[in-house]
Design a binder for this molecule. Structure first.
Ligand code: GDP
Ligand code: GDP
Length: 438
């Protein structure tokens, strides 16, 4: 369920973006009306052989002076160590081995994370291979010669990467406990929320020691049931460059979301939904996770009988791509409605993995078609033959039709709404795949 995360780290100009684009290919996730997600290529879904993973590019704004380069590389490496299962450390055969490469290699080696050393710009193996051996000096294993620009050695590199993935089912998968990622901008109250939830539980379950990831996981027991909260608040970064801070907060959100069943997007009631909130929401939507929007600091605003509706309407309007999201108004400060969070998590997880029998689905579709005639174009009318659910997390349906072109987004939405009328599916997105049957 949770995909491995692979991070690219390296000095400016060694070819990180080029490699990222080659590996990502056309498979960058594109979801209609999801803001932000498709524009900045910070992460992408990659498939190699039978393995799928999330690729992240840790490189932010390119610094110009030497000492800034090193401090920024350290920061990139920290992010990668913290979030990735495998790190691709990329160097440049033309620039040769640099001092900063060696320093970052030390950091990576100490982290004990699997590192694949790629030596880029080996456009001609005969000409450059002798220079590749120099990189053995980094002490992080065999250098893999590649040319991102000419797409050479990419298959070998990917083989090395997937060979390092956690074997078999990752530990997260064997774990039946619900996993909830707490995401949101700085200062919305994520840490306060986790601390408050922790403070209210009677028994504190001890953390499982081990990887760096577990350090940011908090186990909380409620009503005899354990929940794992994945905190993205974590370390405060020293970096002052706004674009970098945003990039890193997105990387953290992506990797936390990847491991979660439910994503709780925390927003600040006194601010409302911001652009960055929408971006993070887009990531969660994109992954088909269960979604809860927690409007925090509810104690801090003046209220009357219309306040809840006003806030709900505004959230629905801005996050219009996820009308299914559950919304809850809370206060980490006073503890208001916090106990309801668990109930909501349970419901959302149940919906995200719910299956509906094919017979029932076809009854609903037949009735829906009878009530609202499908669209037609140039005398040809859309016909819907058959619907069946093919997957969960998120629930995914295949609809067989006579002509895909005729199945407009709005008619799919209409069918979706009829299914929701019957089964709710609150808190989860539904995915529709349209197939032609001649
Ligand atoms: P980044 O700063 O690490 O993201 O590096 P870029 O991907 O932007 O690449 C820096 C420069 O190196 C660009 O001019 C690329 O065209 C060039 N470059 C990237 N990969 C290769 C390669 O395999 N061979 C050669 N010759 N140039 C490359
Ligand atoms: P994070 O960066 O998202 O982890 O946010 P923090 O938990 O550090 O909280 C940021 C600030 O908001 C702190 O000053 C908190 O005391 C305050 N805060 C958090 N939750 C609430 C709340 O429910 N009500 C009020 N009034 N303030 C809160």
């Amino acid at each position: 369920m949770s995909k491995p995360v692979v991070a690219i780290v390296g000095r400016p100009n060694v070819g990180k973006s080029t490699l990222f684009n080659v590996l990502a290919g056309e498979r960058i996730s594109i979801v209609q009306d999801t803001p932000g997600v498709t524009r900045d290529r910070i992460y992408a879904e990659v498939q190699w052989l039978d393995k799928a993973f999330t690729l992240i590019d840790t490189g932010g704004i390119e610094p110009d002076s030497k000492d800034v380069i090193l401090s920024q590389m350290r920061e990139q490496a920290e992010i990668a160590i913290e979030t990735a299962d495998v790190i691709i450390f990329i160097t440049d055969v033309r620039q040769g081995l640099q001092d900063s490469d060696a320093k970052v290699a030390d950091m990576l080696r100490r982290s004990k994370k699997p590192v694949i050393l790629a030596v880029n710009k080996v456009d001609d193996f005969n000409k450059y291979m002798a220079d590749v051996y120099e990189f053995y000096n980094l002490g992080i294993g065999d250098p893999v010669p590649v040319s991102a620009a000419s797409r050479l050695g990419i298959g070998d590199l990917l083989d090395e990467v997937i060979a390092q993935f956690p074997q078999g089912s990752a530990t997260d998968e064997e774990d039946e406990r619900p996993r909830i990622a707490i995401v949101g901008k700085p200062n919305v109250g994520k840490s306060s929320l986790i601390n408050r939830l922790l403070g209210e539980q009677r028994v504190i379950v001890s953390d499982i020691a081990g990887t760096t990831r577990d350090a940011i996981d908090t186990d909380i027991k409620y009503n005899g049931k354990e929940y794992v909260f994945i905190d993205t608040a974590g370390l405060r970064r020293k970096n002052k460059i706004k674009e970098d801070i945003e990039r890193y907060s997105i990387i953290r959100a992506v990797t936390a979301v990847e491991r979660a069943d439910v994503v709780m997007i925390v927003i600040d009631a006194t601010e409302g939904v911001t652009e960055q909130d929408a971006k993070i929401a887009g990531i969660a939507h994109d992954r088909g996770k269960g979604i809860i929007i927690a409007v925090n600091k509810w104690d801090a605003i003046e209220k009357n009988d219309k306040t809840v509706k006003e806030h709900t309407d505004r959230i629905r309007q801005i996050l219009s791509f996820m009308p299914y999201a559950e919304i809850i108004f809370i206060s980490a400060k006073t503890g208001q409605r916090l106990h309801r969070i668990y109930e909501m998590i349970d419901v959302v997880i149940e919906n995200n993995s719910m299956r509906v029998a094919t017979g029932v689905l076809n009854e609903i579709m037949t009735e829906a078609v009878a009530m609202q005639q499908p669209p037609s174009d140039k005398g040809k009318r859309l016909r819907l033959y058959y619907i069946t659910q093919v997957a969960v997390k998120p629930p995914t349906f295949v609809i067989f039709v006579n002509d895909k072109q005729l199945m407009h987004f709005s008619y799919t939405r209409y069918i979706e709404n009829r299914i929701r009328d019957a089964f709710g599916f609150r808190g989860t997105s539904l995915k529709f795949i349209i197939r032609e049957r001649k």
